[in-house]
Design a protein around this ligand. Structure first.
Ligand SMILES: N[C@@H](CCC(=O)N[C@@H](CS)C(=O)NCC(=O)O)C(=O)O
Length: 162
């Protein structure tokens, strides 16, 4: 695993992930929206680093993302989002109203990374999905989302950078 953030001891949350992971992308969006600083720890899935003894100690399932915050390790993107919302209430991710909350969660954090992957990895023709296209277009230029995209991560290979 490569350490791509600053060096030395850190009290910032540490986020283990891989630039191309869409599960991680939704966590990055949440961190950006909340304005939280974190240390990025790259785990190269293409090289099998998720199965290294060091990483398996953190997450025995061998999946990214995994968030380390003080003495807790959270190894599921949805659980990470719930944790961040409770622990760092600034810039709430969700409105109070339960219906708006469900719609908001779905659109901002989950759909955008999935549609981005559909377009950029799987070449899906989004003209067939006007509602999804509309949601994507409405969100994709928000800075917190832009900066969370796979093309802009510390471990993104040069040929994939935007
Ligand atoms: N439910 C988990 C799923 C995590 C997951 O599937 N991660 C993928 C990358 S997007 C992974 O780490 N795959 C490792 C592998 O395929 O060996 C979450 O939402 O965080």
């Amino acid at each position: 695993m490569a350490e791509t953030g600053g060096g030395g001891e850190s009290t910032k949350p540490q986020l283990y992930s891989y630039w191309r992971s869409s599960c991680f992308c939704r966590v990055r969006i949440a961190l950006n929206l909340k304005g939280l600083d974190y240390e990025y720890k790259a785990v190269n899935l293409a090289k099998g680093e998720q199965f290294s003894p060091e990483f398996l100690k953190l997450n025995p399932l061998g999946y990214v993302p995994a968030l380390v915050d003080g003495d807790i390790v959270i190894s599921d993107s949805f659980a990470i989002l719930m944790y961040l919302e409770e622990k760092y209430p600034q810039n709430p991710l969700l409105p109070k109203d339960p219906k708006l909350k469900a719609i908001n969660f779905q659109a901002d954090l989950f759909l955008v990374p999935q549609i981005h992957a559909a377009i950029n990895i799987f070449n899906v023709d989004m003209n067939e999905y006007p509602l999804l296209s509309c949601i994507y277009e409405a969100h994709k230029d928000v800075p917190a989302i832009q900066n969370a995209m796979p093309e802009k991560q510390p471990d993104t290979p040069a040929e994939a950078r935007a």
